[in-house]
Design a protein. Sequence first.
Lengths: 338, 350
Amino acid sequence: MSVDTGIEPGAALPKARGDYLPLLLPVALALAALPFVPVSTWFTLTVAGLAMGMMIFVMASGLTLIFGLMDVLNFGHGAFIAIGAYVATLVLLPLGGWMQADSIWLNLAALLSAIVAAMAVTAVIGLAFERILIVPVYGQHLKQILITMGGMIVAEQLLYALFGPQQIPLALPTSLRGSFLIGDAAIEKYRVVAVLVGLVVFVTMLLILNRTKIGLLIRAGVENGEMVEALGYRIRRLFVGVFMAGSALAGLGGVMWGLYREQVNASMGGELLVLVFIVVIIGGLGSVTGCFIGALLVALLQNYIGFLVPKLSLISDILLMVAVLLWRPRGLYPVTSR
Amino acid sequence: MIMPLSGDPPRSRCLSIALVIIVLVLALAPFLFGGAKPLNVTAKICIFIALAASYDLLLGYTGVVSFAHTMFYGIGSYGIAIAMYGLGPRWGAAAVGLTVALPLAAALALVIGLFSLRVQTIFFAMITLAVASAFAVLASQLSWLTGGEDGRSFSVPEVLRPGFRVDVLGLNITGRMLTYYLVFACCAALFLLLLRIVNSPFGRVLQAIRENPFRAEALGFRTVIHRILANCIAAAAAAAAGALNALWLRYTGPDTSLSFSIMLDILLIVVIGGMGTMYGAIVGATLYVLAQNYLQALMGWVSTAAGEAGLPLVPSLFHPDRWLLWLGILFIASVYFFPAGIVGKLRGSR
């Protein structure tokens, strides 16, 4: 006897209902700020916010992906950010000639090699970090937090021991310095680059997650890791791959942030980690899209508030986080199984 | 003997001997050592014992990682400092500071708990880290209230000042000694109170939640409410320890009360001493503070010696400022190899 499910045989599966409301939040925030600031300033602030948001997103996406798949909250993520920035500084030191050259191609070649080196090094260190520190404590949240925090302390102290406590300058290449004008609004060139890089990372991540077999496995692993294992896939290998990719993203974010601030310091990882955590909580632990929106919200709000009420910008992140959690206690896009 | 320990004795001969020695030395410190530094060290040990014990209630007994413990410690410190600074060096001012700071700490802990402990304990770790760092920035920026980066120096009531002297049975008692004994007595009381709490039925429920939250909930205990309550108690105890710290230093600033390095100190003390044992706080705090004050000198000596021998990298690895590196390694090793810490080891070998 057949059961009438109301679905024609052969028909496409019913689509999950989209949840687009959070996507509108950054737009709404930007529009809400418009009446309070002059238009040209608003434009500058918005671009600054977008650039900052993209950089935070690049750092946070790795953390949220690792948490989503592996159920590991890596407090050592901040160390990878700092390591990435230091590796870029080391690579760019001998390439100073290319950076100072007046050719945009030489500038980009120097930048690209710094980024590739930073991502490769952080990926390898991520591999070691996962193998040595995290493997013994899978499934034990308390120990994970303690161990990764310990890893963070050790990594940060090693950076201090190797490079000293001082701020190390990291200059932008010639062609990315300065700003251009759109109407009255000054737009820094590097910020536009940062926005583009962030968008590329976001779109690539979405494409990989939604259009490839690896992405399918990762999404399946986020929902139910045991089932993926039961179907014959070695989920531990997936874990290693995702951990390396997440660490490499942290390294990339570190390079971008170092260039943005034009200086590198060993304590930058710990400082950014707090921001990254806020973003990940706002977005919903494990969600890449949520992380993207969270990063944009945090950065835009910080820029607007920093202009309007500077003192308030110190706690604007926390207030935003509280507001979001009041609305959705698990963040904007909670991952269902956790 | 068992009564004040709430029926939870050290349960190990070595541990008992060590604890008796520590407590005796702490109790007689003003008469045993001359000079200001040893007394500063012993007072810091007392305060850190109370602080670490209150953190152990969370980490060891409830199984919740908080990174906001220094925030509550700082609230207590600033409560005393601001009250004494504003109202003058009177006992009334201290009372006002305490009556504002303790409930404030508990209320803040309640709010944080309501937001984050409902969902997941891992949320709690992240949110406390975020809130604590925002609070530290706020405290250093609101300089009209907190004195900013410089902090607040204040005077204490007459009897607690170093210049105050009184002869009791031929002994020359100074105000500094009286302050020390005030700190010592309050810390001992706090520790015994916390020991009482973890050995009460409430404490048993906390341990049940730590071992298996689902089962505890199935038995009919409201896990969220127990966790939040534990968080509030720990926060109030930390604030009390902070108040004692402010009284002892006669100063409160971001570095002495709110910095993240103090948070790491507490975490290391509790983990190395032994999570979920309470006595671990005493052993851990004593070893840690002694190491902090005397081991760094040794590291400096190694560093200079290696520098003169021309070794690469070793001088910077052993630089006194890098001592967190070695503690971090010790911390990771102790989480892996001695999850029950020093106290657990001693109890195991009996």
